[in-house]
Design a protein around this ligand. Structure first.
Ligand SMILES: NC(=O)C1=CN([C@@H]2O[C@H](COP(=O)(O)OP(=O)(O)OC[C@H]3O[C@@H](n4cnc5c(N)ncnc54)[C@H](OP(=O)(O)O)[C@@H]3O)[C@@H](O)[C@H]2O)C=CC1
Ligand SMILES: Nc1nc(O)c(N)c(N[C@@H]2O[C@H](COP(=O)(O)O)[C@@H](O)[C@H]2O)n1
Length: 252
């Protein structure tokens, strides 16, 4: 990163980091880049580099300001991300991967082996299935820490780990600030649980088209009594061709 310090609006957006997080979860920042037509990836989840150079630098600074960075397994599979920014503070990479589909050859594990990334934590559901246990052993042998997240009830959709349990599991392991990068299903799940303290959205001046991947906020107006979940605008900044908007949550 060429700039010696983070963009100043990040400090204003993350002011709450100066106080301890709640006992049950870390401070949560949700951030992603989207097109003008609200897509975050191409058809079939193909990775799109939507952020221009300057807004990507902003995202990389944001990574250094959090204890851990979380992505869903589809993002890990499609993008094979690194989620780090050496030589700056290396956040803990966390992959939400109920069925342990993360390949042992992924960059997160290669970076850990090469000492350019921290040990990845892979969050999964408990299972006694022999193929699952084999995958678990292989991931641990490659350096991952596999953490079982308790399911809350039989109502949990198959393959979904409950967001409150994810957050509790991270908080009790010392994560005080968490940056959530996506993808679409993870964005929807975190918004649905109203656990996002800060939201930073990069809008790139491009149109992806209807085959692209977008996120859906899952609660309909009638279900929540016509009370729309709201965020307070903190700052808008033009970075290169992109518009970066930051928001803070407003308690319901
Ligand atoms: N533009 C941007 O800023 C970004 C774009 N992306 C893009 O997003 C795309 C992937 O999005 P998407 O396909 O929605 O996948 P996600 O990366 O959101 O992963 C979703 C998967 O995670 C697992 N999972 C477990 N628990 C939960 C939970 N509580 N909520 C949601 N998912 C859970 C499920 O798989 P399982 O059942 O196997 O556990 C689920 O299918 C990628 O193509 C990537 O390029 C990603 C990040 C940022
Ligand atoms: N900020 C931002 N802008 C984009 O255009 C993106 N596609 C993403 N994607 C996220 O960054 C990860 C890949 O980056 P690294 O390999 O870790 O440098 C990707 O997995 C998404 O989480 N972000």
């Amino acid at each position: 990163m060429a700039d010696p310090t983070p963009p100043t609006f990040l400090a204003a957006t993350l002011l709450h980091h100066s106080t301890p997080p709640p006992a049950t979860r870390p401070h949560v920042t949700l951030t992603f880049a989207q097109s003008l037509d609200a897509k975050i990836a191409g058809a079939q989840g193909r990775q799109l580099i939507l952020s221009g150079k300057q807004s990507m630098v902003m995202t990389h600074w944001l990574r250094t300001l959090h204890d851990a960075i979380l992505v869903g397994i589809n993002t890990a599979l499609n993008d094979d991300p690194q989620l780090n920014e050496p030589p700056h503070h290396l956040p803990r990479p966390v992959v939400v991967d109920a069925r342990l589909r993360l390949p042992v050859t992924c960059k997160l594990l290669r970076n850990f082996q090469g000492k350019t990334g921290r040990r990845p934590w892979v969050l999964c559901a408990a299972s006694l299935n022999s193929a699952f246990l084999e995958r678990k052993s292989a991931l641990e042998a490659a350096g991952a820490r596999v953490i079982e997240i308790p399911l809350q009830s039989d109502e949990q959709p198959e393959g979904r780990l409950p967001v409150p349990s994810i957050l509790h599991g991270l908080r009790e392991r010392g994560v005080n600030s968490l940056m959530v990068e996506g993808g679409a299903r993870i964005i929807a799940s975190f918004l649905a649980e109203s656990v996002v303290d800060a939201l930073i959205v990069t809008v790139a001046p491009v149109l992806v088209g209807e085959a692209g991947v977008g996120y859906q906020y899952p609660t309909s107006l009638s279900e929540n009594g016509d009370v729309l979940p709201k965020f307070k605008a903190i700052h808008t900044e033009t970075l290169g061709q992109d518009t970066v908007m930051s928001f803070a949550s407003i308690p319901w």
